[in-house]
Design a protein around this ligand. Structure first.
Ligand SMILES: [Zn+2]
Ligand SMILES: [Zn+2]
Length: 263
């Protein structure tokens, strides 16, 4: 036994051996022949029954000196008298037995602590194992989700591509439609001009009221101007007959443009 162990043995106080008590002993303690020790509360409770059985190891304690209630901090008077008159070998024998008891208790406590530590380590390892497994599962889930996201992105790209193709086609169709609309408008315009020139003395519907009709011949034939759709209005003849029609296309285009805008 080295010096450190001896010092720790002297510094320590023993703990009650009653299951799950483990309170530090002070005042009086109950010591048994089977090398167990109990606090005053558990000792007085357990050893007042019959038959007397050690609560720690279940040994039968029937002998007269099998259980002793000991004062842990005896007075100087007691220390002076308790071993006085005994032969040195008996004094040493008593001391050796008392030290063996103490040593046994400290070893038991050490073994208990080691067992607790090893149990805690095993629990820790088990928890680490479980956590590692959970971590692995999460990693797998994460990689599966990432795969799903990338495949969804691919699908989205495909849809975007198709959408832009369709938009392109739609724009092309619109251009064709505008062209046809222009052709149609110019044909209609020419048709009207031709009709008006073939009947030069017609009445304008606005002036055809209840009063006596007043035939007016405008200095020049009015010309239809088309904005969009079928709406039209009278307008004085432009110096260049073909020009107004070509100006009509621009407002229609402006109306179409927002629809063709990509999101
Ligand atoms: Zn106790
Ligand atoms: Zn015992």
């Amino acid at each position: 036994m080295n010096a450190v162990t001896l010092m720790s043995l002297c510094d320590d106080t023993l703990l009650c051996n009653f299951p799950k008590c483990r309170s530090k002993l002070c005042g009086f303690a109950w010591v048994t022949a089977c090398s167990h020790v109990f606090c005053d509360r558990h000792g007085s409770g357990e050893f007042s029954r019959s038959p007397v059985i050690c609560p720690a190891c279940s040994s039968a304690l029937s002998g007269k000196l099998d259980i002793v209630r000991t004062e842990l901090s005896p007075s100087d008077e007691y220390k002076a008298m308790v071993l006085a008159g005994l032969r040195p070998d008996i004094v040493l024998d008593i001391s050796a037995r008392a030290l063996a008891f103490w040593s046994y208790q400290v070893n038991q406590e050490r073994m208990y602590q080691e067992y607790s530590i090893s149990r805690a380590e095993a629990q820790l390892k088990q928890m680490e194992k479980v956590l590692n497994q959970q971590n692995q599962c999460r990693k797998l889930e994460l990689s599966a989700m990432r795969g799903e996201i990338s495949s969804l992105k691919k699908v989205m790209e495909e849809y975007k591509r198709k959408y832009s193709e369709v938009s392109e086609k739609l724009m092309e169709r619109n251009r064709q439609y505008q062209k046809l609309q222009g052709l149609y408008d110019s044909l209609r315009l020419r048709n009207m001009v031709v009709k008006r020139e073939s009947q030069p003395q017609t009445l304008r519907p606005e002036f055809n009221t209840g009063t006596a009709p007043k035939v007016t011949t405008p200095p020049r034939s009015p010309q239809f101007l088309f904005t969009d759709g079928d709406s039209c209005f009278f307008s004085p003849m432009q110096p260049d007959g073909a020009k107004p029609f070509f100006q009509l296309n621009s407002p229609v285009k402006e109306n179409v443009q927002p629809f063709l805008k990509k999101p």
